[in-house]
Design a protein. Structure first.
Length: 256
């Protein structure tokens, strides 16, 4: 049975072909709600494309997949409403010129404006502000980011954050919308062994709370469900898909 919070995710013979060849192919797996699912594979094997396809941001070419019981790509628009992106280079990156507070306020404002019911929008402004602050505080706690420990608290610029702090901020921003699926790219990139342990503990705690986590990584932690992208030799693209081609694919998925 589908959880009212976490989203089950699965695929069968799933593949995506771009202008330069197959990004990934023959992917199959099934993960229940509240799972920690990791995507492993060599560079250029379509890990990020798979993550974006499963969250409704890219249109696959063959096979089938479902997220939260919603068929992809037919229900991609609905999937985008229940699946939030953490850090994904070129798609959902933090702005280094923004402060932590600016990122949090912007995300809470967008969530309050586009993710709220009409009844909520009609509440007094002070009540809406208090509700937004409560969402921010809840998300920060879930992401394990104590802004009081930052050099300038919430006035700290993103460029001054350590890698793990930036990861926690990206996760907090995604959680403000209380998604059923949290997806993030390069979860363990440029982290020390100790920081990797902390990062995986964070993602495991989010999964344990009920939100399904889908994370691209170089090495999965013990106990995670592993999905591998490793196209057959004859299916490997002659060159990796360019950033513009990836962006065009995301735009096309958004029109679906």
């Amino acid at each position: 049975m589908e959880s009212p919070h976490g989203a089950a995710v699965g695929a069968e013979d799933f593949g995506l072909k771009g202008p330069r060849g197959w990004a990934f192919r023959h992917v199959g797996f099934s993960a229940p709600p509240g799972s920690l699912v990791t995507v492993e594979g060599p560079s250029g094997s379509g890990r990020t494309c798979l993550l974006l396809a499963l969250t409704g941001r890219m249109r696959a070419t063959e096979g089938s997949a479902e997220t939260g019981g919603l068929e992809l790509p037919r229900k991609a628009a609905t999937v985008r409403r229940i699946a939030a992106l953490g850090p994904v280079p070129g798609v959902s990156e933090l702005d280094p010129a923004f402060t932590v507070a600016e990122h949090l306020r912007e995300r809470a404002l967008l969530q309050g404006r586009y993710g709220a019911s009409l009844r909520t929008l009609l509440r007094p402004r002070a009540e809406r502000r208090a509700a937004a602050r409560a969402r921010i505080d809840t998300a920060l706690e879930a992401a394990g980011l104590d802004t009081a420990t930052l050099p300038k608290a919430e006035r700290t610029s993103v460029r001054d954050l350590e890698r793990l702090e930036a990861l926690r901020l990206s996760v907090a921003l995604a959680l403000i919308g209380t998604p059923r699926l949290l997806a993030l790219d390069d979860a363990d990139l440029k982290l020390s062994p100790a920081e990797r342990t902390d990062a995986w503990a964070l993602l495991r705690s989010i999964a344990d709370s009920g939100t399904t986590v889908l994370a691209v990584c170089s090495e999965a932690p013990e106990g995670a469900q592993v999905v591998r992208t490793a196209p057959a030799a004859e299916d490997v693209p002659t060159a990796p898909t360019t950033e513009k081609e990836s962006a065009d694919a995301i735009v096309e998925a958004g029109r679906a």
